[in-house]
Design a protein around this ligand. Structure first.
Ligand code: NAD
Length: 564
């Protein structure tokens, strides 16, 4: 029924705002085609009294835009049947190939290409685009648009990674390329499922329908990657999206929004389906929150953001901070554990929310683990080196501010922002140690109370805490995770240990005997996401996360009332 409604709506309403100039252009191009087909020389589209042309020029009625409906649909006059090149034709080929080689430039004239000076304009454009999208584009069309976006991202993954790296100055370039590749693999319409039940009383189906326009807020740690991932998942579900990006990533974000909009248009989709405000601020977030045109809020970032969205009074999906602990017990394959830990904890210099942030290792295997960590790209900091590094990577919390993975403003320390995501070699150089280029991770032995255990450090310094047994490991790991219920990792061959830890920590992602990256489909099965919605419970988000359930009922077989 959903398919039917899309197609029938598509046939009856072409919901788009056009200026008189746009319509004149379309008519001129159609007339030119007809004339060419009839073997006539092209005619000017103006009233020529007594002209011998077989085709009468059309006098246009002026459309008053004040009369246009604000929901993107057309008023009665505008809804009169009109030939509109490029619409309702199979997508996937370039617009110029539709309708007699005429492009749909009349609807692609906006210069913003998704990036707007103010948030209201971004919302209005996104709202109109989504109305057009949901009414005129089939599931197949959506998939063609998603393919175009994926291809554009893959083609420019190096450029995107470099832009983000240069703008944010955090992480590792080669890992950012991998993250863009991963984000491009976000699932599409295949993720949407319709439930059906039938019986004597008729047929009922439950469809996954779009919310409409979504307001999404992105972090500096995965800026363009989150835009790509959210866009693919949200558009697959029939939504449009307007972004408020992290201000420190606004240039690369604007670039990817342009790239995505170009891909959408090349695939024949509506312009500004994905939009953003050029200079994002807390005020523009407030505009997004308050706009009645924005039906769902999605926030990926720290606990302050999630709290703000959940207090908005609007439906919100919150993907918050993590401080993922790793347990290594005495049954584990220690070499594999060490390799996996180095991979996860050093990937993009530990800025990922899922990355291993502290290790609890059973004392009897601790030396073995450290040996293998050192053999696989880690550098052990001496107590003296650690003390020197603490002086600049940690800052006293003099103003009692909350920061990082917790809203606890009583913490003694913060991580120093300027050291987040820096290379291990750069951190070592600051204390006069020259590291070889294969050093990706710094490790140190500390007590449980150490700030590097308690804070979400987001830098490649991994604290290791020795514990007596699995019970102590689980108890401390749960405490260090601070109830974020985000991600946890265990290296063990003991199923009881794994089960006990999983039940105690209740994280959204629980990885066994692999790097944390396996939890988002990098070296593990399952789809990927850049928005892990732990606080609000949607988990590893995908297109179906961004849908509303709609029930459609055909009662009594649709024929008669029983007994009637
Ligand atoms: P951040 O919270 O500082 O900023 C994220 C976004 O929220 C930005 O766009 C920012 O402008 C906005 N923001 C910040 N505070 C806000 C507030 N009080 N109200 C409204 N908006 C606010 O986070 P970040 O430094 O950009 O990213 C790192 C954090 O995000 C880490 O804590 C990390 O764990 C988390 N993160 C989580 C996920 C996930 O999927 N769960 C993914 C990536 C990052």
């Amino acid at each position: 029924m959903y398919w039917h409604s899309i197609e029938s709506e598509a046939r009856s309403h072409v919901s788009i705002n056009l200026s008189e100039q746009d319509i004149q252009k379309i008519i001129q191009s159609v007339m030119k085609n007809v004339e060419e087909a009839l073997g006539q020389p092209p005619q000017e589209t103006k009233e020529v009294v007594g002209a011998a042309s077989p085709i009468k020029p059309i006098k246009m009625k002026t459309i008053n835009h004040a009369e246009s409906k604000t929901d993107g649909s057309l008023n009665q006059e505008q809804q009169k049947p009109m030939i509109f090149p490029g619409m309702l034709t199979p997508l996937g080929s370039k617009p110029g190939t539709h309708a007699g080689n005429k492009t749909v430039s009349s609807v692609q004239s906006g210069s913003e290409n998704g990036v707007f000076e103010n948030m209201e304009d971004a919302i209005n454009a996104g709202y109109k685009a989504q109305q057009i999208y949901v009414k005129n584009y089939s599931m197949k069309n959506r998939e063609q648009i998603l393919t175009a976006i994926r291809e554009a991202v893959i083609k420019e993954k190096e450029i995107l990674a470099k832009m983000v790296f240069e703008e944010t100055k955090i992480g590792r370039l080669e890992d950012k390329i991998a993250k863009h590749e991963l984000a491009a693999k976000t699932p599409g319409t295949e993720d949407l499922k319709t439930d059906a039940c039938s019986g004597d009383a008729g047929l009922t189906i439950v469809e996954q329908a779009p919310y409409g326009l979504i307001g999404a807020i992105t972090p500096v740690t995965n800026p363009t990657e989150t835009i790509i991932n959210n866009t693919i998942a949200m558009l697959a579900a029939g939504n449009g999206v307007v972004f408020n990006v992290h201000p420190s990533s606004k240039k690369s974000s604007a670039y990817v929004i342009n790239l995505i909009n170009n891909a959408i248009k090349e695939a024949g989709g509506p312009e500004n389906l994905v939009s953003m405000v050029k200079n994002p601020t807390m005020d523009t977030i407030q505009t997004l929150i308050e706009s009645p045109k924005v039906k769902l809020l999605v926030g990926t970032g720290g606990p302050g953001l999630v709290k703000t969205l959940l207090q908005s009074g609007k439906k919100a999906i919150g993907a918050g901070a993590g401080n993922p602990p790793v347990i290594v017990d005495d049954t584990a394959d220690i070499e594999n554990a060490a390799k996996s830990i180095v991979l996860g904890a050093s990937f993009d210099n530990n800025i990922l929310c899922i990355a291993e942030k502290e290790v609890f290792v059973i004392d009897s295997v601790a030396d073995d683990l450290i040996f293998h960590l050192l053999n696989n790209g880690a550098y052990m900091l001496s107590p003296n080196e650690l003390a020197q590094i603490e002086r600049f990577v940690l800052e006293e919390n003099k103003e009692n501010k909350a920061f990082g993975c917790s809203l606890n403003n009583k913490r003694e320390y913060h991580v120093a922002k300027e050291w987040i995501g820096k290379d291990a070699g750069v951190i070592l150089a600051q204390i006069g140690v020259k590291a070889s280029s294969d050093i990706r991770l710094l490790i140190c032995e500390v007590d449980f109370d150490h700030p590097l255990v308690q804070l979400e450090q987001m830098m490649p310094i991994l604290p290791i805490v020795r514990v007596a047994d699995i019970d102590e490991a689980i108890e401390l790991a749960v405490k260090a995770e601070h109830g974020n219920r985000h991600t946890a990792v265990i290296h063990s061959k003991n199923v009881d240990h794994m089960t006990k830890f999983a039940r105690a920590i209740e994280t959204t992602i629980f990885v066994q005997n692999a790097s944390s990256l396996a939890g988002v489909g990098y070296g593990g099965e399952g789809h990927t996401t850049m928005t892990i919605a732990g606080p609000t419970g949607e988990g590893i988000t995908s297109p179906r996360t961004y849908t509303r359930q709609r029930r459609s009922v055909l009662a009594n077989g649709g024929f008669r009332i029983i007994g009637g």
